[in-house]
Ligand binder design. Structure first.
Ligand code: TUI
Length: 308
């Protein structure tokens, strides 16, 4: 399954790991890259020096390509944007905003720039500004989301741009990969499946919550405030959505989410914490190494696409 993306990034398989906040640190990124995909370090809200250290840790354990996701709503986005240049990172993805102001600097440094978009309009704009590819991320994804589904967004973005498109949102196995290819994608980005990877450092309570999740366990907080975040249902989401429906403002509800992703990922508080995960969580039911996951998914996808 060689595509313009595997060529461009120098990877064996068309699988990119999502830049999950607090989760996508050096161990997971290194393991996905070593398994033949593209591992990503998630910049999230972390200070630039934390990201610099992660970059050096990944370089120390693998020669394979890897990237960094710059979360554009982070107060440290400007600094992280410079650190990726200083550290010679080859691939940058961006999320939760428009990365235009960094494009010239990144392109001048020879970085492959892959913005994550949730609309055709932003995909076209990113192509105009020199993006090398885009990730078209459907609302099935975990974390900060747009409105369109993967099934509808991917083919519309594929038709609108000439650069390669990577599909994301609701993809958790070889069937999802094959489906994404049928829609015109040349690679996939996956987060939720990698949450339960053996190399993933999230708290075991978080993994167990994903492993036991059912199809209907997904909730979205913050829709009424224009900050929709998809996570697994728990006490926090019930309280948040109830107060939201009562008309409470974003500022009044911020106390419910500030720091709560960290509480879930690091401390394992899956009751009051934010357990970000995509709608595919209901299908993620076994812990494996990244290599086992990627090998299994590629074999399934290739069979379905008639390559084997
Ligand atoms: O960025 C993500 N997913 C994320 S970021 C994140 S950290 C966070 N935590 C709590 C609240 C907010 C953020 C957790 N998950 N995915 C990529 C993505 N980007 N999804 C949607 C977008 C997006 C949305 C609107 C990109 C651009 C955009 O508009 C930009 C513009 O100016 O038009």
């Amino acid at each position: 399954m060689n595509t313009r993306i595997t060529e461009m990034l120098g990877i064996e398989y068309p699988i990119i790991q999502g830049g999950m906040a607090w989760v996508a640190e050096s161990h997971l990124a290194a393991a996905v890259s070593a398994a033949g995909g593209l591992g990503l370090i998630g910049g999230a809200n972390a200070p630039a020096e934390v990201i610099r250290n992660y970059i050096r840790e990944v370089k120390a354990v693998t020669d394979k390509p890897f990237g960094v996701n710059v979360m554009l709503m982070s107060p440290y986005a400007d600094e992280v944007a410079k650190v990726v240049v200083e550290e010679g990172v080859k691939v940058v993805t961006t999320g939760a905003g428009n990365p235009e102001k960094y494009m010239e600097m990144w392109k001048a440094a020879g970085i492959k720039v892959i913005p994550v978009v949730a609309s055709v309009a932003l995909a076209k704009r990113m192509e105009k500004y020199g993006a090398d590819a885009v990730v078209a991320e459907g609302t099935e994804s975990g974390g900060h989301i747009g409105e369109a589904t993967t099934m509808t967004l991917v083919p519309q973005v594929v038709d609108a741009v000439s650069i390669p498109v990577i599909a994301a949102g609701g993809i958790g196995d070889g069937r999802g990969i094959a489906a994404a290819f049928m829609l015109g994608a040349e690679a996939v980005q996956m987060g939720t499946r990698f949450l339960v990877a053996k190399e993933c450092i999230v708290h075991q309570n978080y993994k167990d919550r994903v492993l036991k999740a059912k199809d209907i366990d997904s909730a979205v907080t913050g829709r009424t405030h224009g900050h929709p975040v998809r996570c697994l249902r728990n006490q926090m989401t019930r309280e948040y959505v109830k107060l939201e429906n009562e008309g409470k403002s974003f500022e009044e509800l911020e106390y419910l989410t500030l720091g709560t992703l960290r509480n879930a990922v690091v401390d394992g508080d899956v009751t009051k914490g934010t357990v970000m995960a995509g709608q595919i969580a209901g299908m993620v039911n076994k812990e494996q190494t990244c290599q086992e996951m990627i090998d299994e998914m590629m074999e399934q996808a290739e069979k379905l696409l008639g390559h084997k």
